[in-house]
Design a protein around this ligand. Structure first.
Ligand code: BV8
Length: 316
């Protein structure tokens, strides 16, 4: 159905006042979370009760968990690398990328590590990856500074291959065998030891670990500096869009109030009406309830125009 024929998903009144403000806005921020990638088929942290198999996902995303059971943590991250590689950016990723091309003083602060905003060709200078990327790896040894970006090897080591269902009589060949969903507790996971896991090619001592920011770890210094320079780089901020995030993890969630303190109006896009930032909603804020993949192209249309059809994987 042509985009113009698509029924509006947001209240007209809100849409008009928002688009009027967006039009005259120059300094704009977006804070994005897992909800932005939900309609690309990737589970959110809150989804499935925040559990991966029986484990609290936020507990697995810690240096302590990696110290205790690096095999399990690597199975968690290899699964997410695999799912992210199979997923495709959705219209919300492309809409924000197009806004960045139209509004040069607009930056996106991403809490997502799934690589979908970069794959939607979001201008890299206007995309700040607060929590790293699933496709960066680094040595976990304190004395080794080995870092490797854009490692898309899937599985990164054979032992992390997603098991397939050989027992399925309909499968004609091993290749066609159905992949098992290892986030399902009923699928047995092999016990992995050090020798199964990716080793640092530089010090040959440490295990490689995912290049993401774990709870209790500092955010990337350069990213924090760049954002700080942007925040103080102008006397005001006109707008912050808080998209598909529960805004409960800091310091990322702190940018909502920081932007407000610089005069920004707040527009929230979220599937759940109750998920507002800790500091709540103020008069003049917007809350667009629904799927970001539908809402973002619509509310940004005044500036970015109609988004063309989504490029298929080959065109990415
Ligand atoms: C640090 C990478 C310090 C790994 C992640 C202040 C107060 C309280 C606590 C703290 C504080 N300061 C620091 C802390 C501790 C901690 C923290 O914030 N804890 C929380 C839990 C209270 N912060 C840290 O540890 C940070 N580091 O502070 O270091 C330090 C200082 C000195 C020296 C050493 C250290 C590091 C935090 C980063 C952790 N890493 N990710 C990985 O991904 O595995 S965080 C991870 O969880 C994500 O990146 C994201 O940030 C967060 C999940 O949140 P969301 O993305 O919002 O996802 P969620 O599922 O929660 O919500 C989805 C939303 O989408 C929902 O609202 C839903 O309704 C909506 N939705 C769903 N579908 C759709 C939709 N919306 C629209 N459309 C849809 N279709």
């Amino acid at each position: 159905m042509a985009a113009s024929a698509r029924p509006s998903v947001v209240p007209q009144k809100d849409l008009e006042s928002f688009q009027e403000h967006l039009d005259k806005s120059t300094r704009i921020l977006a804070l994005i979370g897992a909800g932005l990638s939900a309609s690309s088929g990737l589970p959110t942290f809150r989804g499935a009760g925040g559990l991966w198999r029986t484990h609290d996902a936020t507990q697995l995303a810690t240096p302590e968990a990696f110290g205790r059971d690096p095999g399990l943590v690597w199975q968690f991250y290899s699964y997410r690398r695999h799912m992210a590689l199979k997923a495709k950016p959705n219209p919300a990723h492309y809409a924000l990328a197009e806004l960045a091309r139209k509004k040069e003083d607009f930056i996106t602060l991403s809490q997502n590590v799934d690589g979908l905003s970069p794959r939607a060709k979001h201008p890299p200078d206007q995309l700040k990856l607060l929590h790293g990327s699933l496709f960066d790896v680094k040595c976990s040894d304190f004395f080794c500074n080995y870092v490797e970006s854009n490692n898309y090897t899937d599985p990164i080591v054979p032992a992390l291959a997603i098991p397939t269902d050989e027992s399925d009589p309909t499968t004609t060949s091993a290749l066609a065998a159905r992949e098992l969903d290892i986030s399902d507790i009923n699928v047995d996971l092999p016990e992995l030891t050090f020798s199964h896991l990716p080793r640092c090619p530089k010090c040959k001592r440490g295990l490689l670990r995912p290049g993401v920011v774990w709870f209790g770890e500092q955010l990337p210094a350069k990213v924090m500096r760049d954002i700080e320079e942007w925040m103080v780089g102008g006397d005001k901020i006109d707008l912050i869009m808080v998209i598909g995030t529960s805004a409960r993890v800091y310091p990322a969630a702190g940018y909502v109030d920081a932007a407000r303190a610089k005069g920004a109006r707040v527009a929230i896009v979220n599937m759940d009406k109750n998920d507002v930032p800790a500091s709540g909603l103020y008069k003049g804020d917007w809350f667009f309830e629904g799927d970001a993949a539908q809402i973002m192209p619509e509310i940004l249309k005044g500036v970015i125009g109609e988004l063309g059809d989504m490029p298929d994987a080959a065109e990415e």
